[in-house]
Design a binder for this molecule. Structure first.
Ligand SMILES: Nc1ncnc2c1ncn2[C@@H]1O[C@H](COP(=O)(O)OP(=O)(O)O)[C@@H](O)[C@H]1O
Ligand SMILES: [Mg+2]
Length: 248
């Protein structure tokens, strides 16, 4: 399989008053097309920093990120933004929907931002709403939806342009068990049925257990890697057992 995302020796140092924080201390990884990878670690271990760098939302202090053959770290800001829009979709913990836009308009946002009228994408938007089970909510405002429904809108929006990579940062972190499971099932289905490449950041073993492979992050480094393979059951126990064996 082809490598769709590659990170080489990523270091991220944040200024913090007079001092500095080493959020990432040399992270390298390669993700193949169609893979579902989870990045797991405790709060403060560097997961969000890593995801932001991998998706081109932020730049490393040193190191390189290559998305679909394009070295984004070498691009100027404008080209990095364009590449990010073309190649990635993001889902966040707090949904980040636009409150004044309808569900349908929120899903169409990536097209609008690219200066491409939503009217040209009616079919695609209907398809996305069907994918996340919200066809009958197209004209609702985000605040008329439950948290789980809002996250499904965010997921549909992230998938709108068929991005090479979907990046999700604690997408179930603000959801209860049942709605969290709905989102994880949707992520897994898009990996399995659509061949979507996914990178999921989570501190939760139950969520990470949906992935084909789990990278365990600690203090800004990838400490371990656990291969789970693609499984229809998303049983977390094998992962929890492996984590315990590793002393995590
Ligand atoms: N913008 C920032 N400025 C300073 N320090 C930051 C910034 N963002 C993150 N950090 C620090 O970097 C480390 C990793 O943070 P983060 O990537 O958010 O971890 P995680 O997502 O695993 O909780 C933490 O020590 C955090 O406090
Ligand atoms: Mg985080």
């Amino acid at each position: 399989m082809a490598v769709i995302l590659e990170a080489r020796d990523l270091v991220k140092r944040y200024p913090l008053g007079e001092a500095e924080v080493d959020a990432l201390r040399g992270v390298s990884l390669a993700v193949e097309q169609g893979e579902f990878v989870a990045i797991m670690g405790a709060s403060g271990s560097g997961k969000s920093t890593m995801l932001h760098l991998l998706g081109g939302l932020d730049l490393p202090t040193s190191g390189e990120v290559v998305i679909d053959g394009i070295s984004i770290s070498a691009l100027d800001e404008e080209h990095r933004t364009l590449t990010r829009r073309a190649k990635t979709g993001f889902v966040f913990q707090f949904f980040n929907l636009i409150p004044l836009l309808s569900v349908g308009e929120n899903v169409a946002l990536p097209f609008l931002i690219a200066g491409d009228p939503a009217s040209r994408h009616r079919e695609r938007i209907a398809e996305l709403l069907a994918l996340v089970g919200l066809v009958d909510k197209a004209d609702h405002r985000p605040d008329q939806l439950s948290a789980g429904e809002q996250q499904r809108v965010a997921l549909a929006r992230a998938l709108a342009t068929k991005p090479a990579i979907l990046l999700a940062d604690e997408p179930t972190g603000n959801l209860d068990y049942t709605t969290g499971t709905e989102i994880l099932d949707l992520l897994w289905d898009s990996a399995d049925r659509l061949g979507q490449t996914i990178i999921l950041v989570t501190h939760d073993a139950r969520a990470a257990a949906y992935a084909d492979r789990v990278l365990v992050v600690r203090d800004g480094e990838i400490r371990d890697e656990i291969a789970l393979g693609r499984r229809k059951d998303h049983e977390a126990r094998p992962l929890i057992r492996r984590l315990a064996e590793l002393g995590l």
